[in-house]
Design a protein around this ligand. Sequence first.
Ligand code: ASP
Length: 341
Amino acid sequence: MRNAFLFLFSLGLAGCGPNGPSSPDVQTSPPPPSRAEWSLAVHGGAGHFDTEQLSSEEQAAYRSALAGALEVGGQVLNDGGSAVDAVIATIRILEDDSLFNAGRGAVYTAEGVHELDASIMRGEDRNCGAITGLRGFRHPIEVARSVMESSEHVFFSGHGAGVFAEAQGAEPAPEHWFDTAKARARYERALARDTSKEKFGTVGCVALDRQGHLAAGTSTGGMTYKRHGRIGDSPVIGAGTWADDRTCAISATGWGEYFIRTAVAHDIHGRMLHGGADLQEAADATIHDEMGALGGDGGIVGMDAKGQAVFSMNTPGMFRGSFMAGGSPKVGLFASDTLTP
Ligand code: ASP
């Protein structure tokens, strides 16, 4: 026993570890950051907006909506709730807020209705659930959770998604619940031009809980004037949403076709898992060198296994925020913003 102790002790003195004899530099380098007790980050969509498009009242409204949602999700994590619970609680708030293109503020399809998409994934076992083209339910993210937890499948669409939601007792919402002046105005602009290019306001959330597990979720109405049955990236696991405790949790927002073509969320994970990149390097490479290089635009919110929130975008704006144990909610709207309380 004593010999074993002396042997280990001498190894320590010699500085022999997996990297061989240590240099003075290694001994003095700062310790790696420790894992946060819990951490949460959110986005409310990316797009081509700047101070000219958003009045100071609108900016204040977005800031307070994001901070309020972070408060709710942060409380769940602080109380010991799971990362999935926190993601759901945060997104529910944003789905009820007509500022955002999800739930109540969802955009209109070309036919003038609302077809909602949502997905959720947990990093512990990579189980996930998603729905697309859902109509008539208040919280699509809850339905996605039910798919993950109460079905043998991971993805339901259209009519089948509605049948499943009803069977699960999901809260219904009448069509007029989704009729908001802002989404209607966007629809009318798109109708006049017969184009579906306008999009932003999707919501997404990533979280790390006290148990060290990650989760990610995304909810959206998609793109204004999208054609019936069009599916964007938000409900597509690996494009709009991803979570794996070994690497990161990601929720994306932007021009969905490009995010699917470059499997954005999974590409970031792959750079970390197989290439050893850190989350910011991985996210920037995917957003700028892959998705952006094809002509797409948008961004992501991500969280690594230590609870560091990361944002990456190639648009002038992305509504976003983060909240970590021991801190307070911080938000930003424009790409150049540093997050502030
Ligand atoms: N990514 C969403 C979609 O293409 C839209 C958005 O994020 O604003 O459906």
